[in-house]
Design a protein around this ligand. Structure first.
Ligand code: PRX
Length: 649
């Protein structure tokens, strides 16, 4: 750990027991079963996971070995072959699910489309034929930069069907971010749309792709979905309309089987350097992890209408909008736009109109709803809901209680799920119907997960003390490497303690063995549930001609969890004006995307540094939060710098 100690201030003591009613119908409804299966999963992982993989997935060829673990590299279900798209679609055909809704889509303007499993299968087969015709196949990389529309899922599943590796880029990222990601993985094809709807306005996706593609020599084709009917420029023969390529595409597609370890997707996420990490997930293990967690943690039933509000551009959208629920044969609700358009009751309106039963969202959204006011909620009955979930950041007990009371009407269990892009699937969460919950705690590990809190020397800390969170055993949905950078993979996750996974989070266990995750302890911020590396924002800032040096820190933010504060020193010929502050905020948004737009830019004559030249972020954090400077400042080179920074604020 760097220059901070992990203290957990939460002293929440309320406990909520599962209701007898929920317990009686739960997919896994007894503490004894949880204990027995958990013990088996960690003591005999090969036996446990081998059985689950056989029962929950459809293999073309059975696997011969459950786990081949040469730390830090894991191979799961070797010898086995499968097709992930077949598991999400084909295996439901010819069953009662065939004509069940797979996706119920609502666009922001109010348009509604429902695709049954049969119809979704048809669209995916057609698009897989399109990919075949463009010579996009096994191992090729495909970038997807799309709105939250069914075609995003169709594109992902078609890639999986032909063995291409997709990398979904969140629609809020800038052209610079697209360019970096496309170049890093050398994508051959980009799938995008003319635009997407957001708060009644069009976000011009194709225009961003066009700017990115000025510097991406690997891209041969671009497929463009017409969503907003925005005018776009189409460069022939590179760019093709989705509706044109789909016209005449055959609705039958014979899927090939791929090895269990065949790469399924790369998802870029922020780390502690300026370059995003391409987290690589593979097929069998990832699909098993997402399938089993969907079944037990969301207690999925045949007649549920399941809504995870995450965008497919994030891991939550991959695992719990597309792969997990479709593999389980669920009906997935999908919504394109903003939660407050046309009014802050949009989500509640969707829940009542569509009869949503399971609702999974982020604390930052919950806090925004709290601020918008209870009246927007009280207009709706929300009586269809039976389970609530939370993900992305620690949920503060106040938001938990609001969610429990106003949305769940004290009737719905809340699953606070801790996991990461790297873990692929939920790692720590209550099991609804089994685990008593405490507001703000993600409670206990899921099957196969062995979390430990260790100190700087790798020693387990006593219960109640804070430390760093590690996972002691490999799990099926774990990341396999970082795309093109295995040494960073080893260093980042497996070198703190050799052979053990370092999550980058600070946490503690309470006296009941419940896990409380405090937040990131590396230089990664969690802004509205999204990971943003301070180094990425810093490198965006110093790419502006006026900036000499920059340091970025987080400060507590009531809605977003953390806000971004940038300390900037200017080149000597520059004047510290208000216009320049705004220009720098805009510059970061342009370089990375609107989600990284700084909340505040502060000009400084110098930055607080140690004698060896390292920026002392702890001090900047304290200044950003408006507090007094606590702790050791003896390594500080020049205290005058701090004094002047404080007086500026
Ligand atoms: O700090 C933890 C926080 O989000 C980080 C992972 O971010 P990302 O890879 O973007 O994935 C987010 C969605 C899975 C973690 O290292 N985090 C996520 N869920 C929780 C959480 N912190 C506390 N409680 C959670 N339930």
């Amino acid at each position: 750990m760097t220059d901070q100690t992990i203290t957990s201030v939460s002293r929440e003591s309320r406990v909520f027991k599962p209701s007898a009613e929920f317990k009686a119908q739960a997919n896994l409804g007894s503490e004894a079963t949880y204990k027995r299966l958990y013990a088996e999963s960690v003591n005999s992982p090969a036996k446990f996971w081998g059985r689950q993989a056989t029962e929950l997935l459809t293999w073309r060829k059975p696997f011969s070995k459950v786990l081949d673990w040469k730390a830090p590299h894991a191979k799961w279900f070797t010898g086995g072959t499968l097709n992930v798209a077949e598991n999400c679609l084909d295996r439901h055909l010819g069953t009662a699910r065939e004509n069940k809704a797979a996706i119920i889509f609502e666009g922001e303007p109010g348009d509604i489309t429902t695709l049954t499993y049969k119809q979704l299968h048809r669209e995916v087969c057609k698009f897989a034929n399109v990919l075949d015709s463009l010579d996009v196949g096994k191992g090729d990389r495909v970038a997807i930069y799309m709105p939250m529309v069914p075609e995003a899922a169709i594109a992902m599943l078609a890639c999986a069907r032909v063995g291409a590796i997709h990398t979904v880029i969140f629609g809020g990222f800038s052209s610079e971010a697209i360019k970096d990601r496309v170049n890093d993985c050398q994508a051959k094809l980009v799938i995008t749309a003319d635009g997407s709807w957001r708060r009644g306005k069009v976000v011009e996706l194709k225009a961003s792709v066009d700017r990115a593609l000025e510097g991406t020599p690997s891209v041969q084709h671009v497929i463009v979905l017409k969503r907003t009917a925005t005018e776009v420029s189409m460069t022939a023969p590179r760019d093709r309309w989705w509706h044109d390529v789909m016209t005449g595409a055959k609705a039958e597609h014979k899927a090939k089987a791929f090895g269990s370890e065949h790469p399924l997707f790369i998802l870029y996420t922020s780390g502690s350097t300026g370059k995003p990490k391409g987290v690589l997930h593979t097929s069998g293990g990832y699909l098993l992890g997402t399938t089993i967690t969907t079944k037990y943690i969301f207690d999925l039933k045949e007649n549920d209408i399941y809504w995870c509000t995450a965008d497919v551009g994030w891991i939550t959208g991959h695992s719990y909008v597309v792969y997990g629920p479709l593999s389980c044969g669920a009906t997935v609700m999908m919504y394109e736009g903003a939660p407050n358009h046309p009014a802050p009751d949009r989500f509640w309106d969707i829940i009542d109109r569509h009869g949503v039963t399971i609702f999974y969202t982020a604390p930052t959204a919950i806090r925004a709803f709290m601020r918008w006011g209870d009246d927007y909620v009280k207009k709706y009955s929300l009586k269809s809901l039976r389970l609530l979930g939370s993900v992305g950041e620690p949920i503060n007990p106040e938001a938990w209680m609001w969610y429990h009371t106003l949305i769940g009407k004290k009737r719905c269990p809340i699953v606070d799920t801790w996991w990461q892009t790297e873990t692929g699937a939920i790692m720590v969460s209550p099991l609804p119907g089994v685990t008593p919950t405490k507001p703000g705690s993600c409670t206990r590990p899921f099957f196969g997960v062995v979390p430990k809190i260790l100190d700087d020397n790798g020693k387990e800390v006593p219960k109640g003390s804070g430390g760093r969170l590690f996972l002691m055993q490999p799990w099926p949905s774990m990341l396999r490497t970082l795309w093109g950078d295995d040494s960073r993979y080893k260093k980042q996750y497996w070198s703190e303690i050799k052979g053990v996974y370092f999550a980058g989070d600070g946490a503690r266990f309470d006296k009941d063995g419940y896990l409380w995750v405090v937040g990131r302890i590396d230089d990664v911020l969690n802004v509205s549930g999204h990971r943003i590396g301070t180094a990425e924002v810093e490198s965006a800032l110093v790419s502006h001609p006026a900036v000499a040096e920059a340091a970025v820190v987080g400060r507590p933010d009531e809605i977003k969890g953390q806000g971004l504060v940038c300390f900037v020193t200017l080149k000597s010929d520059q004047k510290p004006t208000e216009e320049l502050k705004q220009a720098l905020r805009g510059h970061v948004a342009k370089e990375i995307g609107a989600i990284a737009r700084p909340d505040e830019v502060r000009f400084a004559a110098g930055l607080p540094k140690t004698r060896s030249g390292k920026i002392m972020r702890r001090i900047l954090k304290e200044i950003a939060a408006g507090g007094a400077i606590k702790g050791d400042t003896t390594t500080l080179e020049d205290f005058n710098v701090v004094a002047s920074l404080q007086s500026e604020g």
